[in-house]
Design a protein around this ligand. Structure first.
Ligand SMILES: *Cc1c(COP(=O)(O)O)cnc(C)c1O
Length: 345
């Protein structure tokens, strides 16, 4: 598949590493039935550029290139108060000499605090131009269009990036990741039985799926929901994968059966900590020295751990966990992550 006809900015020097996690693998096996578990490897997308980068960095390489092609002077996007996507979009704007404005959805009432740490602190540090806070359930697209209109009245040009950067253009970032993975596996003589990735606004899961199908990479992708159970999540992933295939002009039907989503690990609510997330974050930190985040990757790794213990990921399977980043929000939840607060199981 040829991605070169799409404009792209580069925010990372090369491929992110694929690393074995032998101590984590051993620690996990010790808690699995019969003392046997999967062999876990990690795709270090937490090391992507626009530091501390993450999966949004890949999507923004294509989205920002499109914004520049359209003559935009301001990026407009939206997210939750601790949004990694907003922070990384802002970092890309700074790097490109653009302005950046956010619409922030207070999904958990009263969670927006002007003096919050983590990503929010970085919004200020990196110089966001304005933040509009709206209540949970607001029409985010309409709120962003309003910001764009306000800019237009001032003679400026805004470029609206949807939540999580998850549209067809953003999904190209994970088609590129699929190609990168394929090349790395070829060069390193590696073969995986499964890829485990977080599934939220679905650009990552859907883009990766489109990339796997388009490049005929025959490895199942398990998406762990960070905000929805499969009945709600799978259709989003399917729609994203189809939109990406269409943009690529692929003569390829993505079927419902190609989408594998797992629920049950994000509760009680998106971004609200639970005990299994804390166990996962602590286990990887203390076995490999790699930091997960409480909102996304901690819950996704909790899913990998839970599936391994239940035998749904089989002993001896070689699994690639895609670490999608999210480091700053760890600092906004330090008490919870250290186990100093009572949590949902
Ligand atoms: C946004 C995000 C995800 C979810 O990715 P989507 O493409 O929105 O599904 C996972 N992990 C981290 C750290 C994120 O910031």
């Amino acid at each position: 598949m040829d991605l070169s006809r799409f404009a792209r900015r580069r925010y990372t020097a090369g491929a992110t590493p694929i690393e074995p996690a032998p101590r984590f693998t051993a620690a996990l096996a010790a808690t699995c039935p019969g003392g046997r578990g999967p062999e876990v490897w990690i795709k270090r997308d937490d090391l992507l550029g626009l530091f501390p980068g993450g999966n949004k960095t890949r999507k923004l390489e294509f989205l920002v290139a499109d914004a520049l092609a359209q003559g935009a002077d301001t990026l407009i996007t939206c997210g939750a108060p601790q949004s990694n996507h907003c922070r990384i979009t802002l970092a890309a704007a700074v790097k490109e000499g653009l302005h950046c404005r956010f619409v922030i959805e207070e999904r958990v009432p009263d969670s927006y605090r002007d003096d919050a740490s983590g990503n929010h602190f970085m919004f200020r540090l990196l110089g966001v131009e304005s933040i509009t806070v709206v209540p949970a359930g607001s029409d985010m697209a309409a709120a962003m269009r309003a910001v764009a209109s306000e800019l237009a009245r001032a003679g400026r040009t805004g470029y609206v990036i949807p939540g999580g950067g998850s549209n067809a253009i953003g999904g190209l970032g994970y088609v590129a990741c699929a190609q990168e993975l394929q090349q790395q596996c070829f060069e390193q003589g590696l073969r995986f039985d499964r890829v485990v990735v977080g599934s939220g606004s679905s650009g990552t899961h859907g883009g990766l799926l489109a990339g796997f199908l388009g490049n005929r990479i025959d490895v199942p992708i398990t998406g762990i929901g960070v905000s929805r159970d499969p009945a709600q999540q799978s259709p989003l992933v399917l729609a994203e994968a189809r939109a990406v295939c269409e943009l690529l002009g692929l003569d390829l039907a993505v079927r419902e059966a190609d989408v594998h989503c797992v629920g049950g690990y994000w509760q009680p609510k998106y971004s609200v900590p639970n005990a299994r997330m804390v166990e996962a974050v602590q286990l990887l930190a203390r076995s490999e020295g790699i930091l997960l985040d409480p909102v996304y990757t901690g819950k996704v790794m909790a899913g990998l751990i839970g599936l391994a213990r239940a035998g749904a990921i089989e002993p001896g399977e070689r699994v690639l966990f895609v670490h999608t980043g999210g480091l700053p929000s760890l600092f906004a939840y330090s008490r919870e992550v250290l186990g100093h607060t009572d949590l949902a199981p």
